[in-house]
Design a protein around this ligand. Structure first.
Ligand code: ADP
Ligand code: MG
Length: 355
């Protein structure tokens, strides 16, 4: 398979990160959209900005692209300060959710369009468009019209249209948001594979934590304009740094206050992931290196391959425990509602989080 490679002239500054954000801030009137964001994104990295709606993800992306100027702070691309440069002087391209393709043009002409505007010659236009279409696995679709393609294929044409410019950095703002779940999951895997092939730095925005966990080399978790935590999927999932991250990435499962004191003998807020918790009959005891809490099963939610048990703890509060349905059916697990149980987990699976 052919690939779209970044401009080799950029190798001179290869030691600097692809993107460096320092003290980045943006206000709109009284609204602080982005506040003191520091982030380094490595060359060739797939980095996701993850956070709820309104947390400042799009504004960060638009500042990297140059569509918004920062109120304060610095944006460097490959070691060069671009904070005040217009979009066309930055080596980045953006793919949006509403990938407006020209309906009257063929796929090939859609992909070539930007190059034509830049007065790139016909032969080279064709060659680079072929290359970009191959990278998104649409090599045989050049003659089709957008209306003759599926949503996922149209999204890949939009991606090819960005790749054809051979940007050092590709910015993607919720590009899969318009697709239905099955297609979105398929495209997540495809997009990650394409990124690996072309080796371009991707900054990907989503509010969907599963999407972020599936695709990213690293995730920056946003809350109210600031980054709460940056790390690999495993880092942010298994070691959430704050209560917000524990709740936003995965199921919030916290022990706090009196419950933390009674169950763990510790003061503070602690996170235990649901799949790390075992449910055993009362009367059994926790083993070496384990903690346990007794309680009553308040809710049983059968989700096919697994069951979620919400257990009200005698010590106060509640915890969710996720159990695989390897040996049980939906009627087996339904019977457990209202019963007394003991929850057991290994101590290394409980993490102190910032309250
Ligand atoms: P996200 O992409 O995470 O949903 P945004 O970056 O779009 O968040 O928005 C962050 C905050 O900035 C929100 O409160 C939003 O209303 C505000 N905001 C974004 N763009 C503008 C604008 N052009 N004018 C005024 N407020 C804006
Ligand atoms: Mg947004």
């Amino acid at each position: 398979m052919s690939s779209v490679t970044p401009d080799p002239g950029a190798l001179a500054t290869a030691t600097a990160p692809a993107i460096r954000l320092r003290g980045l801030r943006k206000t709109f009137g009284d609204v602080v959209a982005v506040d003191s964001v520091d982030l380094d994104i490595a060359d060739g990295e797939f980095l996701t900005l993850l956070g709820p709606s309104g947390s400042g993800k799009t504004t960060v992306l638009r500042m990297i692209a140059g569509f918004e100027l920062p109120t304060a702070g610095v944006i460097e691309l490959a070691g060069t300060d671009v904070s005040q440069l217009p979009p066309f002087q930055r080596d980045v391209n953006t793919v949006f959710q509403d990938y407006a393709l020209f309906p009257h043009l063929s796929v090939q002409d859609n992909v070539e369009y930007g190059l034509k505007v830049k007065k790139v010659g016909k032969e080279e236009r064709r060659r680079r468009a072929d290359e970009a279409l191959a990278a998104v696995r649409l090599d045989t679709y050049g003659n089709r019209k957008p209306s003759e393609m599926s949503g996922g294929q149209r999204q890949r044409v939009a991606l090819a249209r960005a790749l054809v410019n051979r940007p050092k950095v590709l910015l993607l703002d919720e590009p899969l948001g318009a697709l239905d779940l099955k297609l979105r999951e398929q495209m997540q895997v495809e997009l990650k594979a394409i990124q690996r092939d072309v080796g371009i730095t991707f900054v990907f925005v989503t509010h969907d934590q599963e999407e972020a966990l599936t695709m990213s080399d690293r995730i920056a978790v946003f809350n109210a304009g600031s980054i709460e935590q940056v790390g690999t999927a495993a880092d942010v999932y298994e070691h959430p740094a704050t209560e917000f991250v524990a709740g936003f990435v995965g199921t919030s499962n916290l022990l706090r206050g009196d419950a933390a004191l009674t169950v763990l003998g510790l003061q503070g807020v602690f996170s235990v992931r649901p799949e790390k918790i075992r449910i055993v009959p009362v009367g059994e005891t926790a083993g070496e290196g384990e903690h346990s809490a007794s309680g009553t099963v308040a809710e049983v939610v059968y989700v096919g391959d697994a069951t979620r048990f919400v257990v009200d703890l005698d010590a106060g509060g509640s915890l969710v425990a996720l159990q695989q349905n390897t040996h049980s059916t939906s009627s087996d697990v339904a019977k457990l509602r209202g019963s007394r149980v003991l929850l057991v987990w290994r101590r290394e699976h409980e993490y102190r989080v910032e309250g």
